[in-house]
Each structure stands twice: as structure tokens, then as C-alpha cells.
Design a protein around this ligand. Structure first.
Ligand code: DGJ
Length: 735
């Protein structure tokens, strides 16, 4: 146990209306504040915060106040999830005792790096960067230096020893008023279903052991003040930027967390033996992205959208309208049919055609072919060139589907290299979708996959890869390494593979897909350009999936396609205008069989393509706003231009409600000091109403209605009651 060091400096980072304050106390620093910006604080004020951050000594507890350090462990009487777990292999010693050994505060960069060392020959560097968007990115790097200075190891020099790391967990404090948690779960075709629970005593723990974030990914864990919504409440959020196994948690102990009430944290979920640090070895944690907002969940979304948009590689070109062949033909590839599809796609305004699964050796079903990345001559006697040329003759881009980390046991690859399968030495483990996992951490397997993709991208000048990953990892055991668990190695290998392909093929775009939206995280998005949100193209489900996927990602990164009238995933039948209105709010595309569309449908789709192209500068740069409505059957969301001179809103109804009318519904996010002209965008058809249209709608249709932003956002408009599964598109332009 230790007491506060009264001379310890206090560091404040500021950015994006957020402050982060750390006391560089001994033996370990502690976070004094993460949340609202407190302004530029004087040394005296910072000292006041430091002095008042010391809790009382309570009954039947430690004899000095319990403090929450940046790496809480039992060494400071922390009885919650430890910041570090592991043990020295030779002695079994599980209690590394870290101390602050130095720090670097880079003020212009708003970065604080803490260098900690410990008596078991370990160094830990913790880096905190608070950017101008208010995202606090935290990274940990643990290094085994060897040597020891402590008698606790038994006096034996431990150079040459190994530290077996079980977990490096980074966490930040939460105040007492953070009483509710919203995070996500899901399944195939219904990703990112939110769940709201009270902050319990004990641990709200989400562990992902699926080898990818997967369909039930916690995605973004938010703790906030009671009833926090899209537009209201104070919210503290965490995203683990990692594509492998991971953990998120909120934890509340009866004694609190120092002067705070609870903690939010997480990190990589390591399997036994995945990280064994010998002398000189290093472990890098995934980046944890923390965000605070007092503007509800929209405020959190804003911060992440700005962060993503500020990346140097964020897509800068207009997001091309896509045609994806999957739901049109599935595995049934045939040049004539696909050529007709391509021609029709061009005629409605498509700009990129993606040939999905089914083009490679033997791939007539999900049972074969994975691993044999050669164009199947039985189906494509002249290779893909006739199709690619057809696509290019229309001035469109060409994309191709791959699933590089997977293998079918019936493939040539599996026959030639059974040792490349990521599975126990005996047996292959259960198959999922008839497939197994290729151990791409195996150098030769990595090279094999890289060479095949590289050759095809070069041969066909592929613009775009849809990169799929259709199964979870179970018993991911590395046959090339004595059966060692291989999820972390696999995750690092996929990052290397994507990085290498992107650096060799500048301009190549990649979509992250995993049975739909099973691999959406900021780790994969460092090296991909878009995600496939879900295999569900049913607009009723999609309204929700997109709304919540948008909690982390801006619309231009989220694939949103219009599917068939009868959705393949749910068999629900919906109208074309509703499907089109839903698919507009993202990186739009077409998944339906255009060859089966009549001329009316084609011209509606053509009009929608025009609308998408007209509106995409707004849709792909504006701020996402979502209204808090009590009626769960109605959804209002919109995109407001960064300068608030224009906006597009969607007013959608999923089902019927007991209430006959909705009353005035505020349109959030507008400039209170501007006037806006309202326009109904009905190019894709007028929504069907369950009532006679309100007078203002007719005026909006004529373009003769304008209202002040203060009225629109403060008071709102009496939105019409639509029939179920209808959406109304309202455009606002400042006058
Ligand atoms: C799963 C994806 O989510 C689908 O869009 C499609 O690409 C199939 N895989 C192909 O097997």
C-alpha cells in the first residue's frame, strides 16, 4: 500500500471538449479525471484536484486510502480485474510490482507516455493520446528486459526466464452517475442489436472467443447517465480496435475505484501460451479507443466518425454505386447471365461490379474450393477477362470476392498442405459452413495466399476485394508450433497480409465482410475501406442494423445494398421505395437480380442511383443525427452537412403503433440561426400514408415551405403517420 506523493506533478491532456488528467504519483500514476473539459487548469487547480482525489479510509479496509492506479493490481489493494495477469515461468511469481520510471508529455501532440518498470524484469509503456476529436487512444507495450533486482524472486537471477502473460487490461474510471450500460450482441443477419443493462455490482463482462469480433461483437461499450439516448446524457464509451479475441467490461466494487465509482476497460483476450515473453520480447496491446460525450450517443458517434474521416487513407473519392452478384446468382456463375447483369447494372448507373463467391476451382457450393484461388476453367474457359472487359467497357470498376483465411478439406490446398490447417494435430475440429481455417501465421501459407491474390489483382487489374471470413475459430491450434494457440498470431498475420497487398497495389480497395458484419472494428478498418454490415438486406431489419452500425462508423464506410422484394434472409416482402430509401444511407449498392426486374423497377432504381450520386457528398461527409422517439416503430435519422447548410432526413415506420399520430417530431442537429427550405424527395416513389397528408407536406412537395432551424430542431414538425414499412425522405437546404 502506498500514499499519495505530495510533490507528484499532474498532467492534463485536452482535446475535443474532453480533459484527461493524470497524477504522476509514486509508485504508480493514477487517472484523476476523464470526461468534460475543465479548461486550461493552473498548477494550483490541478493540485487541488490531486489533493481531493484521495478517498477516505473505510471500515474493515486498507489502513490508507485505496487509490486506482493506471495499472491496478493487488499491489495497491485493487480487488477488481487486474491490469496485468501472468507469472514468471521459473518461480510461478504472479505479482509483478510496477513503478513509474519516467514519462514523456508531448503537449502539442496531446500525448502522455508513462514508462513503468517492475522487479520481474518487465517494462510497460502506456501511451495516452487525446486527439482533437476527443478520442483518447490508449496503447500498452510490455517488454521483457530480463534480469531482476528483487529478492521476491528468491534471489535467483532470472535472465533467460520467461513471463507468461495472461492479460494486459487497460481501464479508465467512471463516476457514480454512470449507471447504465449499452453494448451490442447479435447473430447472423441481425448484427449490432443493442442491449441496455444497469451497471451492476461486480463485473459486466463481454468476452469474445470467436477469433474475430463476430456477429455478437460488443462493438462499442457505452456507460452513461440514467436513460442516456441519442441526443441526451453523458456517455463514456470504449472500443477495442482489434480483430481477434477481446474483452470489454464495466466493473463496480463496493469500495469503488479510488475516488471514482467504477471502471470501464478491456483489451485482447489471450489464450494460454499465446504470449510468452523471453528476454527482449515485446507484447503490443490493441489500441483501446475511449470517448466521452455529454451529447448522448450521437456525440460519441460524432467523435468516432471524425476520427475515421481524419485517417490519411479514408476514402476520398465518391463512393461508387455497387452491384454485387451474390443474391442475384449465388454460385451459379454463367458468363451470359452475368454479362446481362453487368449491362443492366451499367444502364441504371452502377459504377462498380463485384463478382462474389463462386468463381474459383470447383466452387459450385459452399462445400468445396476454398484455398484454390484459381479461376475455374469449367465455368470460365477464357478466364474472367470476358466479364472484366464487359465491366470496363461500361466504365465501371471490377471487384472480386475472396475468403483467404479459409480452406475446404476437399480442396487441392488441403490435400497438398494438411499441416497448414489451423487445427489440433489430430482431427480437424468441427467444420463450420463446411470449412476450416488456414493458418496464415504459417509463413508458407501466408506467402501462398499473398501470391495468389497478388497474381489475380495484377492480371485483372482488380479495383476492389470483398474479403470474407465466414467462420469463427475454434481450437485454433498451430500445427507448425507444437499445437500452440494461434488466434493472436492469425490476427497479426491477416493485418500483415492486408498491409502487404495494399502497399503493393496502391488504390486497391478492400471490404471487410465476415458472414455479413462479423469483422467490424477499427483494427481491420486501418487496412480496409468499407464493411459489409449484414447479410440481411431486409429493410425492416436493416434500418436497425445500419442505425447501430453507425454508432461507430460513418455512412461512407458501411455497405448498404438494395435486395429482392422478398428478402432472402427473412422472406419478408417489402416495397422497392422502402428498400431504396433504406439503402441510400451508406455506401449504396444493389444486391438484387436486375435481370428479373421490369422496366418500371429499373427506372425507379435508375432514379435512385441519380439521387444517391447527387446526395453522396452530403451523405458521406455530414453528421449523423438520430432522434430519441418513444414509439419504437418510428425512426427518424438524418445527415446534416458539416456547415449545417443542408440535411437529409429519413422518417421511417417499421410497423403499426397504438398512437394514431406522432405529434411534432424535432429534426435534430440543425443550425438554430438559419432558415431551411424543405423538399420532399420522391424520385423513388412517395411513401404510403395511413392518413390524409398534413398540409405542410404538400407545401414541402411544392418547395414552398421554409422554417427556422430553431423551430425545426426545437419544436419539430408533425410527421405524418406512414403505413408500415414506408420511409419519407426530406431534404433541407438553407435559404
Ligand atoms: C457471406 C457474405 O456475407 C455474403 O455477402 C457472401 O459474400 C457470401 N459469404 C459468399 O459465400
Amino acid at each position: 500500500m502506498f500514499d499519495t506523493d505530495h510533490s507528484a506533478p499532474v498532467i492534463q491532456l485536452r482535446g475535443g471538449s474532453t480533459s484527461f488528467i493524470v497524477e504522476l504519483g509514486a509508485p504508480l500514476p493514477r487517472v484523476l479525471h476523464w470526461g468534460a473539459d475543465l479548461g486550461e487548469l493552473s498548477a494550483a487547480e490541478l493540485d487541488t484536484i490531486r489533493i481531493t482525489a484521495k478517498p477516505s479510509v473505510t471500515h474493515n479496509s486498507t489502513d490508507t486510502p485505496r487509490l486506482l492506479t493506471v495499472l491496478p493490481t493487488e499491489a495497491d489493494a485493487w480487488s477488481g480485474t487486474p491490469g496485468i495477469e501472468g507469472r514468471m515461468r521459473s518461480t510461478g511469481m504472479p505479482y509483478p510490482r510496477f513503478r513509474l520510471n519516467g514519462h514523456t508529455h508531448d503537449e502539442p501532440e496531446s500525448t502522455l507516455t508513462l514508462r513503468l518498470h517492475c522487479d520481474l524484469g518487465l517494462e510497460l509503456s502506456l501511451r495516452y493520446r487525446l486527439d482533437e476529436h476527443g478520442i483518447l487512444a490508449v496503447d500498452g507495450r510490455l517488454r521483457r528486459t530480463g534480469g531482476t533486482s528483487d529478492e521476491r524472486t528468491g534471489g535467483t537471477p532470472d535472465g533467460g526466464d520467461v513471463f507468461d502473460l495472461s492479460a494486459l487490461t487497460l481501464m479508465l474510471p467512471l463516476p457514480e452517475r454512470a449507471t447504465e450500460i449499452v453494448d451490442f450482441t447479435g447473430k447472423w443477419s441481425r448484427e449490432r442489436s443493442p442491449q441496455r443493462v444497469p451497471v451492476p455490482f461486480g463485473t459486466h463482462l463481454r468476452e469474445i472467443r470467436r477469433g474475430r469480433p463476430s456477429l455478437d461483437s460488443p462493438y462499442l461499450l457505452m456507460a452513461g447517465t440514467g436513460g442516456f439516448g441519442f441526443r441526451t446524457g453523458e456517455v463514456w464509451a470504449l472500443h477495442v480496435a482489434w480483430s481477434g479475441n477481446q474483452r470489454y467490461f464495466v466493473e463496480q466494487l463496493p469500495e469503488g475505484a479510488g475516488v471514482h465509482r467504477s471502471v470501464v476497460g478491456g483489451g485482447e483476450l489471450l489464450l494460454p501460451g499465446e504470449v510468452a515473453l523471453g528476454d527482449g520480447d515485446t507484447y503490443d496491446s490493441p489500441t483501446l479507443c475511449f470517448a466521452w460525450s455529454d451529447d448522448g450517443m450521437d456525440g460519441v458517434a460524432d467523435r468516432f466518425h471524425e476520427l475515421l474521416r481524419s485517417r490519411p487513407h479514408h476514402p476520398a473519392s465518391p463512393r461508387p454505386l455497387v452491384l454485387n452478384t451474390w443474391e442475384a446468382v449465388y454460385f451459379d456463375h454463367d458468363l451470359e447471365t452475368l454479362s446481362e447483369l453487368v449491362d443492366r447494372a451499367a444502364s441504371v448507373g452502377v459504377e462498380r461490379v463485384v463478382l462474389d463467391d463462386g468463381w474459383f476451382l470447383g466452387r459450385r457450393s459452399a462445400r468445396t474450393g476454398l484455398g484454390d484461388w484459381l479461376v475455374d476453367p469449367d465455368v470460365w474457359p477464357d478466364g474472367l477477362s470476358p466479364l472484366v472487359e464487359r465491366v470496363r467497357s461500361h466504365g465501371m470498376e471490377f471487384g472480386l470476392w475472396f475468403e483467404p483465411e479459409m480452406i475446404n478439406l476437399s480442396s487441392r490446398l488441403a490435400e497438398d498442405h494438411p499441416d497448414w490447417i489451423l487445427a489440433p494435430a489430430t482431427g480437424e475440429g468441427p467444420s463450420v459452413r463446411h470449412q476450416h481455417v488456414l493458418n496464415i501465421a504459417h509463413e508458407d501459407a501466408w506467402k501462398f495466399v499473398y501470391d495468389r491474390i497478388d497474381a489475380l489483382v495484377s492480371e485483372y487489374r482488380i479495383d476492389y476485394i470483398k474479403w470474407d471470413h465466414n467462420r469463427e475459430l475454434h481450437e485454433a491450434s498451430r500445427r507448425d508450433d507444437g499445437g500452440r494457440a494461434g488466434v493472436r498470431a492469425q490476427t497479426e498475420a491477416i493485418y500483415r497480409l492486408l498491409d502487404a497487398l495494399r502497399s503493393r497495389h496502391r488504390g486497391l480497395e478492400i471490404e471487410s465482410c465476415a458472414s455479413g458484419g462479423g469483422r467490424i472494428d477499427l483494427g481491420i478498418l486501418q487496412r480496409t475501406d468499407r464493411v459489409w454490415a449484414s447479410d440481411c438486406n431486409d429493410p425492416v431489419e436493416r434500418q436497425q442494423i445500419q442505425r447501430w452500425t453507425g454508432q461507430l462508423l460513418p455512412p461512407e464506410l458501411v455497405g448498404t445494398h438494395v435486395g429482392a422484394a422478398e428478402a432472402h434472409s427473412t422472406r419478408r416482402v417489402t416495397s422497392l421505395p422502402f428498400r431504396l430509401a433504406t439503402a441510400l444511407f451508406g455506401h449504396a449498392g444493389i444486391e438484387l437480380n436486375l435481370n428479373a426486374c421490369d422496366s418500371d423497377e429499373l427506372s425507379t432504381i435508375r432514379a435512385w442511383a441519380g439521387l444517391y450520386k447527387e446526395l453522396r457528398p452530403l451523405l458521406h461527409s455530414g453528421r449523423v443525427v438520430r432522434a430519441d422517439l418513444t414509439d419504437e416503430q418510428t425512426l427518424l435519422h438524418g445527415i446534416v452537412a458539416a456547415d449545417r447548410t443542408s440535411a437529409l432526413f429519413s422518417w421511417a415506420r417499421l410497423g403499426t403503433s397504438p398512437a394514431i399520430t406522432s405529434g411534432r417530431v424535432p429534426l435534430p442537429g440543425l443550425d438554430p440561426d438559419r432558415r431551411y427550405r424543405l423538399r420532399l424527395r420522391a424520385e423513388i416513389g412517395r411513401p404510403e400514408l395511413n392518413e390524409h397528408p398534413p398540409g405542410w407536406l404538400a407545401a414541402a412537395e411544392e418547395g414552398s415551405l421554409s422554417l427556422g432551424g430553431r423551430t425545426l430542431s426545437g419544436l419539430g414538425l408533425p410527421m405524418p403517420t406512414l403505413q408500415p414499412q414506408q420511409a419519407l425522405l426530406l431534404q433541407l437546404d438553407a435559404v
